[in-house]
Design a protein. Structure first.
Length: 107
């Protein structure tokens, strides 16, 4: 299992805040969202089976944004149920990519 991350990738906090329409700058708010992002990354990395890249467009990033939205709204108890199909799709995409990489001969 991967070691939990201790820092949010550059720019991700701003992206999450923009997604959630948080337009104000406040150290307490930033700390709260940073903790939610780190929690979400740890949760999703566990589901993903590796460290996902949340800085690029794709299923891991979308799920992280939604995870933080659910965390902010105190609704994490239903996140996995509501996003189960997308979590499974994320896992399958990673496994297919790993399989393709392992079967393609090196040049």
């Amino acid at each position: 299992m991967a070691t939990p991350r201790t820092e949010v990738p550059a720019g991700l906090l701003g992206d999450v805040k923009a997604f959630l329409d948080v337009t104000w700058h406040d150290p307490a708010t930033d700390k709260k969202y940073t903790e939610m992002i780190l929690s979400g990354m740890a949760y999703l990395d566990g589901k993903y089976g590796a460290e996902a890249d949340y800085t690029v467009t794709g299923e891991p990033r979308t799920l992280l944004m939604e995870y933080v939205r659910y965390a902010r709204d105190s609704a994490l108890d239903v996140f996995e149920t509501n996003y189960q199909n997308r979590i499974l799709a994320m896992q399958n995409d990673r496994k297919v990519a790993a399989y393709v990489e392992s079967t393609v001969p090196s040049p």
